[in-house]
Design a protein around this ligand. Sequence first.
Ligand code: C5P
Length: 221
Amino acid sequence: MIIAIDGPASSGKGTLARLLARHYGLPHLDTGSLYRAVARKLLRDGADLGDEAAAGRAARALSAADLDDPGLRDETTGEAASIVSAMPDVRAALLDYQRTFAHQPGGAVLDGRDVGTVICPEADAKLFVTAAAAVRARRRADELRARGKAADEHRILEDIEARDRRDTRRAVAPLAPAMDAHLLDTSNLSIEAAFEAAKAVVESAVRKAMAERPPEKPAGL
Ligand code: C5P
């Protein structure tokens, strides 16, 4: 079973993806971490963030260790990730890895911006998770404060809105719900309630897939 979860920054998609993966015993890929890792490499090397050739090279050279970098979750890295992720060469370099991950035996849960539209249009269940920008900014600020970091909520809101604009307006794989995605607005939902709603979407997709499966032929025919 492949579960695709897309949505804007801090919508709760990552938390839901992790919870669903644990619940169904599936491996999980946070696809945003790939773009963050590319951005992080460029920042570390002091390269120009607009240099598509360098970004493409960094994407093709990604290793598992790059995904463990503790700096991946920094605001600067997220901002830079949204710049490099608009580059066709970077997206192309990361496509096969994501598709192979999704199609491993038993399936997987992937979250990002284009999982249901580009990476896995054939996913069994698709969710598009949203929340009002102000709610997302508050969540992000709470998350940073919980980690003992300072957080300027107004500034975070501006960053979130800028990132939304960049992610939805880019020419390649823009952030958009797939036609067959279920929309889940988590603005007024607790994590528990959002998880229950997400699980209901997955269960209904599984029931639909079972109903559409051709009946098995009796042995010997
Ligand atoms: O989800 P996260 O905030 O970690 O993603 C960082 C950036 O990576 C996003 O702002 C977006 O520009 C990019 N991204 C993407 N496609 C994905 C996942 C993330 O373009 N599938």
